[in-house]
Design a protein around this ligand. Structure first.
Ligand SMILES: [Fe+2]
Ligand SMILES: [Fe+2]
Length: 134
């Protein structure tokens, strides 16, 4: 499992959203570093902090994106929002479990988060850009 590297294939053509996606990708890369490059005594503290940062940025980003979709009367707002809600719930559960010590961040969870983020930008968020350029 490697870092996500931003390139133009991720661009949806909306400056504010693209800028946030770059930061969002940074938060998942930080989580990756916390999981794979922390010393054993720092691992829990570092992954907890990184998962919290990732969770907070996810919420903030979804809010911005949903406000933006409303502002352009995006026709698929409801289904896009539902996808955000489902992922938010998943990340919130992971965050709470990790915070309460019920679960540690695993490679499979890390993979799921990384793949979800990539696929969501490339498939769902890209449609916003396509709608604008129609
Ligand atoms: Fe989205
Ligand atoms: Fe997005």
């Amino acid at each position: 499992m490697a870092h996500i590297t931003w390139d133009n294939t991720f661009s949806i053509g909306v400056e504010e959203i693209d800028a946030q996606h770059k930061i969002w990708i940074d938060t998942i890369n930080d989580l990756h570093d916390a999981l794979y490059h922390s010393s054993s005594e720092n691992l829990t503290a570092k992954t907890n902090k990184a998962v919290e940062a990732m969770w907070e940025y996810t919420r903030f980003h979804f809010q911005t994106e949903e406000t933006y979709m409303k502002s352009i009367n995006y026709p698929d707002l409801t289904s896009h929002q539902a996808i955000h809600d489902m992922f938010s719930l998943e990340v919130m559960n992971i965050y709470n479990d990790i915070k309460e010590g019920k679960q540690v961040l695993s490679t499979s969870v890390m993979k799921m988060l990384t793949n979800w983020l990539k696929e969501h930008i490339l498939q769902e968020d890209k449609k916003i850009g396509l709608y604008l350029s129609r």
